[in-house]
Write a protein that binds this ligand. Structure first.
Ligand SMILES: Nc1ncnc2c1ncn2[C@@H]1O[C@H](COP(=O)(O)OP(=O)(O)OP(=O)(O)O)[C@@H](O)[C@H]1O
Ligand SMILES: [Mg+2]
Length: 321
């Protein structure tokens, strides 16, 4: 098992008070798996990614076990964790500028990424070959004029270019686990499709595992084998992507799928789940989705359902108890 998360709880301790964002999460990811993490804004997706790459800001407190490549990373010192970053795990941040060093040229950073991989795999490469590989990787992401972009600093690039430079870094590093947090939001649909294909090919060819964070179920559907539906920091449904999309069981998953814009149900009218996600400072009793659920009954309002396994998937809903 590449990643095994047990009883993970994450809270933020802020001036507005302490609130728990992730509640008792359990998740296993095998080597070579493509897992997507979907859910509405503020459901805790980026927080989970940051925990797995140990990049949670100091106000965040994580307890439980996060075992990555046989090591509980929550127990590592910063120095020990630094050795794993880029080799065992690499995270493409939702704001991709956060994954780059602002005072180093793009080319230098990409060459360093390749250098880190070569160190790990004990592979020797001439400087010319290294440059060639960096340029090839940039070209595969349709970055125009790679040689010129290599000379620039991150702030001199457009949002979509920064996003591709960071994806390029991931391609060159080839960590065991890549966490990609909304990696294609600033890209045109054609380039988006190219990036998704690249990630899929990379997974097939090198066995790279990916946790793909997105609010776009359509993208999650084409990329991932397994899908995790997140709501208020809880796993609502987890299972094979095709099963979840074709036969969602949790009312929240059904709502998300009905809201996919490319599938208008009637005369172009779009469905949206009524209401909005709850505030962590004032979570409802019982099931956290109950105020927005059309199947709600008494028990849902008073008791929170536990995750149960049925039909090969994990689900947290009283309809299935
Ligand atoms: N550094 C922080 N300090 C305090 N609260 C935070 C911090 N980062 C995130 N949060 C809170 O934690 C909750 C989950 O945020 P998170 O960024 O993980 O959500 P998300 O699912 O990634 O959302 P989005 O789809 O908008 O990116 C939110 O309520 C957010 O306000
Ligand atoms: Mg996020």
């Amino acid at each position: 098992m590449l990643l095994s998360i047990k009883n993970l709880n994450v809270s933020y301790n802020t001036v507005a008070g302490k609130y728990k964002v992730i509640d008792n999460l359990n998740l296993d990811v095998e080597e070579g798996e493509l897992v997507s993490l979907v859910g509405e804004s503020a459901s805790g997706k980026s927080t989970l990614g940051q925990v797995i790459s140990r990049m949670l800001p100091p106000v965040g407190i994580a307890t439980g076990e996060v075992t990555l490549d046989s090591v509980n990373i929550l127990k590592l010192s910063e120095k020990e964790m630094t050795k794993l970053r880029g080799t065992t795990v690499f995270m493409i941040f939702q704001n991709p500028l956060n994954s780059l060093n602002p005072v180093k040229r793009v080319g230098t950073q990409l060459l360093e990424a390749l250098f880190i991989r070569n160190e790990r795999t004990r592979h020797q490469m001439t400087e010319d070959d290294a440059r060639k590989e960096v340029i090839e990787a940039m070209t595969s992401l349709r970055l125009p004029d790679p040689e010129k972009i290599m000379l620039r600093y991150p702030h001199e690039l457009s949002g979509g270019q920064v996003q591709r430079v960071v994806i390029c870094m991931a391609l060159l590093l080839r960590p065991k686990l890549l966490i990609a947090d909304e990696p294609t939001t600033a890209l045109d649909v054609t380039i988006q499709a190219q990036v998704i294909k690249l990630l899929r090919d990379l997974n097939k060819q090198t066995g790279l595992s990916i946790i793909f964070i997105t609010h776009d179920i359509g993208l999650a559907y084409v990329l991932s084998n397994r899908m995790l539906v997140f709501y208020a920091g809880r796993v609502m449904e987890l299972g094979k992507t095709t099963d979840l999309v074709k036969k969602p069981m949790h009312p929240y998953t059904s709502g998300l799928i009905a809201s996919i814009p490319s599938a208008p149900k009637d005369s172009g009218r779009l469905y949206s789940i009524p209401g909005s996600p709850p505030s962590y400072l004032d979570l409802p009793n019982g099931c956290k989705f109950s105020p927005r659920c059309k199947f709600v009954f008494n028990k849902c309002l008073n008791e929170e359902p536990n995750a149960i396994v049925t039909n090969g998937r994990e689900i947290r809903c009283w309809l299935y108890e």
